[in-house]
Design a protein around this ligand. Structure first.
Ligand code: AVJ
Length: 311
């Protein structure tokens, strides 16, 4: 296994919070949700009944992996954004015809090394490279005779605004090069109650995930009163996205570095947005990024889609 270390300087959570809380409207960035406790909570979210995304995507892969393997073709270089720890990566590699190489890209070095080492020991003879880098980084790969296929499952694209999604996928089109491919998992627009519940489960796991951000802020040395907030999932119809908010239930203040923020009951902090796509909106993004959608695999209720696009 080869490790290429482009890890950015740890952007201090506090410094980032100091800036983002001073924005209007105030916010905290979703990337900070995934500390150790947050990653465990997200893992638990994927198992609550309301959060259909992981389950439905898995069923699509189970049904259509052979078709995906045919679309990808033999001898591919798979470039995955994510640590490659899960079943998704293993099942994809297993299904592909003679995969040549896997490149994993992730910001979390520890998870990355674990994922890369695991793949290497599972698939003998597979060439595994791990790149520790931010998704914002323009990654360049050695020239290769192999077709490069970017793998970006899990609807993680949904965290990007439309312009950021175009930028990200545009970089991946340049990375894959002409003839390269993309396997992308995206969540689709659907009825509101289903969407709202997926981000506000009855057991309160998503609420705990969101509120953990305030606990983290206090642990890092900021001042906040987590008990003065509640979790809310809201639909934003302008951007077709679910937004997670931390809503003040009483007047409260936050203080981080030079930023002091006074909130009244009902005021909120935006912590994450999860875009949902229609085929038309997805195509607009893909086209502007240099991709052409060639295949779409979906479940019987068209909740989620896995698409195959070519550069
Ligand atoms: C990890 C970004 C795919 O948006 O569905 C789940 C994150 N946040 N519940 C999503 C999340 C709250 C998740 N992604």
């Amino acid at each position: 296994m080869r490790l290429i270390d482009l890890e950015p300087k740890t952007e201090a959570f506090l410094a980032d919070a100091e800036t983002s809380l001073a924005e209007s409207p105030p916010r905290l960035h979703s990337k900070h949700l995934y500390d150790e406790a947050g990653s465990d909570l997200f893992d638990a979210i994927t198992r609550v009944p309301e959060y259909y995304l992981t389950r439905v995507e898995r069923s699509i892969f189970e049904t259509y992996l052979p078709e995906m393997a045919d679309a990808v073709g033999a001898g591919a270089r798979v470039v995955e954004f994510g640590a490659g720890l899960g079943d998704k990566t293993r099942h994809l590699i297993e299904a592909l015809h003679d995969p040549a190489e896997v490149v994993l890209i992730d910001i979390s070095k520890e998870a990355l090394i674990r994922g890369a080492t695991g793949l290497e020991s599972t698939f003998e003879g597979l060439d595994v490279t791990a790149i520790c880098a931010d998704y914002d980084e323009q990654i360049t790969l050695d020239a290769s005779a192999h077709r490069s296929v970017v793998f970006f499952p899990g609807s993680t694209l949904g965290n990007f605004t439309q312009s950021a999604a175009i930028e990200f996928l545009g970089r991946q089109a340049r990375l894959a090069g002409p003839g390269g491919g993309l396997i992308l998992g995206v969540d689709l627009v659907k009825d509101l109650p289903t969407l709202i519940a997926a981000y506000d489960d009855a057991a309160g796991v998503t609420a705990a995930f969101n509120l953990n951000l305030l606990t983290r802020l206090v642990e890092a040395g900021g001042q906040a009163e987590p008990t003065h907030f509640k979790h809310e999932s809201r639909w934003n119809p302008v951007h077709d996205r679910i937004e997670m908010h931390l809503v003040a239930t009483e007047p409260t203040s936050l203080k981080v570095g030079a930023t002091t923020l006074q909130l009244e009951a009902g005021d909120s902090l935006l912590t994450e947005h999860c875009h949902k796509y229609t085929p038309a909106r997805l195509d607009a993004i893909l086209t502007q990024a240099g991709w052409t959608r060639a295949r779409t695999w979906t479940d019987a209720d068209a909740k989620f889609a896995v698409i195959w696009a070519t550069a």
